[in-house]
Unconditional design. Structure first.
Length: 477
């Protein structure tokens, strides 16, 4: 019988995952986050078939990833090359698929066009741009300023300018930027794992072949890929002999999305480890802060977008967001309203404020306990706290903390929890990126159940073949 780690086992995982990602890509042609007004909208029948097929593929992809995990944690784990090849094979269909699981990539392009047109993206939403590009943005965010940093906006502006009015070229450009970020993530995962004593294959399985990365950073082209790629190479530099470069790169990551600023704590810890004397912690902290401020000033001056992104960090979130604090706020408001209390309108803001306080406390406690763990592990736990306790959450936000944990978390509960959460959250978002109604949920569940039946049938057939072979060998003997 095949055991995890056999080359045949790896090939079967690779083929199963490829089948799954291809089904997701094909299903996305009917049920994805498709552009409006460019081509005729798919018929309701095509959208239904697409949704069924996409969820069929999602379950196959998650199953392939879980099955591959048996090999990674088995007696003969696959090498780095085998894992990278598997990632490329699984990602290939999603690279050529339409945008999936979110319409954010259209917002990126619209914001880039606004920067190119010298419209202040930190004051106005895409509705100020107008035209067919702004029409692609979700109505919820039409008049919302962007919270993204100047570095990412400069990338988006270059792509919007280069693509002109050609939407497909702009989408391809944004996906290539995301793929560049994924490439940096893969390289940094391998280097950090080798330096930290973690098997590179295990780090790649959890941090790169993760379904959340494939679905949301590759298929969804989210700018979190660029943030995490820069964060990863910053940790590599800081852990090596280049703490100044690490601080610069970590600041660049934060100038894509603000949560990466927590990585400066890890840079300061690594920097302090290279210093001597009673005041080495103070010196390392001051040096890290100085480099970060200088880098921020230089990038802001070069891009010319100003410091409005700092004020835009409090951009309103969706009122129906499923973040823990938002959910508790809505439940509390409903209860207070039912009781006739005048405090009901304040419940949501109060819970979100408590969430921010809880986040700060959690991060402080993690870093006070840092001597028992590596700085990279502390960073991963801190980013998980930011994602879970913040005012807004999306499935791919888990990747913020999962990426450092992939190389630093010891075998045990932490790795198992984030792995299980990844598999569950991979099924939490429709390919269109919008909230599901009852009929869509039914179609998605049918596709998932059909995939489970297909997996059971394949397992039974495979088991029967193995048993038959064993009996034949016994008769021959």
């Amino acid at each position: 019988m095949l055991t995890p780690g056999d080359e045949s086992h790896i090939r079967r995982c690779r083929l199963l995952g490829l089948t799954g990602s291809a089904a997701v890509a094909v299903g996305g042609a009917g049920a994805g986050a498709l552009p409006v007004g460019e081509t005729p909208a798919p018929s309701s029948e095509a959208a239904a078939v697409g949704l069924f097929g996409a969820y069929f593929g999602l379950v196959l992809l998650v199953a392939a990833w879980a099955w591959l995990g048996r090999a990674v944690h088995g007696p003969r784990p696959p090498g780095t090359r085998a894992m990278v090849v598997t990632l490329v094979v699984w990602a290939a269909p999603l690279v050529v698929a339409p945008p999936l699981f979110s319409r954010d990539v259209y917002s990126y392009l619209a914001q880039g066009a606004m920067v190119d047109a010298r419209i202040d993206v930190y004051t106005h939403g895409p509705d100020r741009l107008g035209g067919p590009l702004a029409a692609q943005v979700s109505p919820l965010w039409q008049d919302t300023p962007t919270p993204y940093g100047p570095l990412f906006l400069s990338f988006a502006s270059l792509i919007a300018r280069a693509s002109g009015a050609e939407l497909s070229a702009g989408l391809l450009g944004m996906r290539l930027v995301a793929l560049l970020g994924v490439g940096l993530m893969v390289v940094s995962l391998v280097l950090l794992a080798r330096r930290g004593g973690t098997a590179p294959g295990a780090a790649l399985w959890l941090g790169a072949l993760n379904p959340l990365l494939l679905l949301h950073l590759v298929a969804g082209a989210h700018n979190d890929a660029v943030m995490l790629g820069l964060l990863g190479v910053a940790l590599v530099a800081a852990r090596g002999r280049f703490p100044v470069l690490g601080a610069v790169l970590m600041t660049l990551a934060a100038l894509v999305k603000a949560p990466a600023a927590l990585g400066l704590l890890a840079v300061a810890v690594f920097w302090a480890g290279r210093l001597t004397g009673r005041h080495r912690w103070l010196g390392a902290t001051g040096a890290t802060a100085g480099v970060a401020l200088a880098t921020t000033a230089a990038v802001t001056a070069l891009t010319g977008t100003g410091y409005g992104w700092i004020g835009a960090l409090n951009t309103p979130v969706s009122p129906h967001n499923w973040a823990l604090t938002s959910l508790l706020g809505r439940v509390t408001a409903s209860a207070l309203h039912g009781a006739g209390s005048d405090l009901a309108p304040f419940a949501l803001d109060a819970w979100r404020a408590l969430g921010l306080v809880a986040t700060a406390v959690a991060v402080l406690l993690v870093w006070l306990r840092r001597p028992r763990h590596s700085p990279v592990y502390a960073l991963g736990l801190s980013l998980i706290a930011v994602a879970v306790l913040g005012p807004a959450i999306r499935p791919w936000y888990v990747l913020w903390g999962l990426f450092p944990l992939a190389v630093a978390a010891p075998p045990g509960p932490a790795r198992r929890v984030v792995a299980v959460a990844s598999g569950v959250l991979a099924l939490a978002q429709l390919p269109s990126g919008v909230a599901a109604d009852g009929a869509q949920l039914a179609l998605a569940m049918c596709g998932a159940v059909f995939a489970l039946v297909a997996l059971w049938w394949a397992r039974e057939m495979s088991g029967g073949d193995v048993a038959l072979t064993a009996r034949e060998r016994g008769r021959t003997a």
